[in-house]
Design a protein around this ligand. Structure first.
Ligand code: FAD
Length: 397
């Protein structure tokens, strides 16, 4: 048997594919198994904030991201009637962040995988740990063995179940409409120069930003609901119902809704942090480990941080080292992602609140900007190197 660790990643989404790139960049042997027969992503935007952009830069992806992304030039906040809310975004690091179209980003990540390392049409049905190895069984009957299995298989994770964990979705009492509009249809979009735009008030918020090198504008509209909406990203939505939610709002909001050809409903659900993520040879990353509500735009960024953390901790590890390296991974990541899950929830409430006292709103805003700046200024690889040093010193590794 070869001495090099054989690592299997289950799930070829943003988390799984970036983890594979990070692990390979540190000389590790990785194969990705994805259930879909072809890689598909929903038509929606996603922000790559500096904490994720920094890591992707280190594996040489920045030039490719520039070809599909729109550099983020700041955030314009307005009330529902269009009054500007004065905020100063302190730069969290010197790294440029980008808004991208999810499908274009996923294709870029898939294209960066070496031939023969991404296996599509492999839906995991079972994972069994025996004699220091893990045997994976896929729905079509194929089996694969690995020294370490990383479950990057999203909110309905099979690896999470096989580890013996379970999470329960709880509704936030809101849902989102989302959609994409050709930017040329929006008169207001020409004047904002790559800034993200958000309108706040009356239990709702409305977010727009450019993707696909500015050709499209991504819209996400959060509204209250007492319905149990599906936990789906792609259920069809009703444009008239969306327009009714924002009657009387600022003109650019109304113009954007009128310019949409279609909209999708997205049930917003939260899950409590998991108490642990790993057995000796199986662990989780991304939404399988810590799905979060989307108000901070950190779901994918945290998945990316997980993968790069694992790569630092596993570099040079032997088979017998895997259990203690996974413990170190949990120590580092559960604390940070649990904190961000809570902050994402609080951010949504803050954005949807109606403030009678503007000074109170601005105090919240200043606090939020500072906490968000800290999240975006984090260097996950540096944190992992420090954890490794501390664990070496204390003899726990
Ligand atoms: C509309 C929208 C906007 C968002 N905006 C942002 C944003 O701006 N910034 C941000 O950082 N985050 C954002 N998020 C959150 C972010 O998209 C998720 O946190 C991120 O996609 C999680 O990545 P993942 O790889 O862990 O999971 P997923 O993207 O869900 O990927 C899981 C993969 O595993 C595969 N899989 C599942 N089960 C199996 C199985 N049994 N066997 C094999 N493969 C399997 C799936 O097919 C899928 O490809 C947004 C989410 C949505 C829905």
């Amino acid at each position: 048997m070869s001495e090099q660790l054989q690592i299997a990643i289950v799930g070829g989404g943003i988390g799984g594919l970036t983890a594979a790139l990070a692990l390979r960049a540190r000389g590790l042997n990785v194969t990705v198994f994805e259930q879909a027969g072809e890689l598909r992503e929903i038509g929606a935007g996603i922000s790559i904030h500096p904490n994720a952009a920094l890591l992707l830069q280190r594996v040489g992806l920045t030039d490719r991201i520039k070809t599909i992304g729109t550099p983020i030039a700041g955030l314009l906040l307005r009330t529902s009637l269009g009054e500007f809310i004065d905020i100063t975004m302190r730069p969290s690091s010197g790294v440029q962040s980008y808004n991208v179209h999810r499908a274009e980003f996923l294709k870029l990540l898939a294209d960066a995988q070496p031939d023969g390392t991404l296996h599509l049409g492999h839906c995991l049905s079972q994972a069994r740990e025996t004699n220091g190895r893990v045997q994976l069984t896929f729905a079509h009957g194929a089996t694969v063995e690995a020294d370490l299995v990383i479950g990057a298989d999203g909110i309905h994770s099979v690896v999470q179940r096989e580890i013996g964990l379970k999470t329960y979705p709880s509704s936030e009492g809101i849902m989102a409409y989302r959609g994409l509009v050709p930017s040329e249809r929006l008169s207001w979009a020409k004047d904002i120069g790559g800034k993200m735009s958000m309108w706040l008030g009356s239990g709702r918020s409305f977010l727009c930003y450019p993707v696909s090198s500015g050709r499209l504008t991504n819209m996400v509209a959060f509204v209250p609901t007492n319905l149990e909406s599906e936990e789906s990203w792609t259920a069809p939505g009703d444009l008239k119902a969306l327009a009714a939610e924002y009657a009387g709002w600022d003109d650019p909001v109304l113009e954007t809704i009128s310019a949409l050809d279609q909209t999708f409903r997205w049930g917003i659900y939260d899950r409590a942090p998991l108490p642990y993520w790993s057995t000796d040879r199986m662990t989780l990353l991304g939404d399988a480990a810590h799905s979060m509500v989307p108000h901070l735009g950190q779901g994918a960024a945290q998945a990316i941080e997980d993968g790069f953390t694992l790569a630092v901790l596993l570099e040079g590890a032997k088979r017998q080292d895997v259990p203690s390296r996974l413990k170190a991974y949990e120590r580092l990541r559960i604390e940070r992602t649990s904190r961000i899950q809570t902050m994402a929830r609080d951010t949504g409430r803050f954005f949807r609140a109606e403030y009678e006292d503007v000074a109170e709103r601005d105090r919240f805003m200043a606090k939020w900007m500072s906490a968000n700046g800290q999240i975006r200024g984090h260097d996950a690889e540096q944190a992992a190197k420090e954890e490794l040093l501390a664990a070496n010193d204390s003899g726990s590794i």
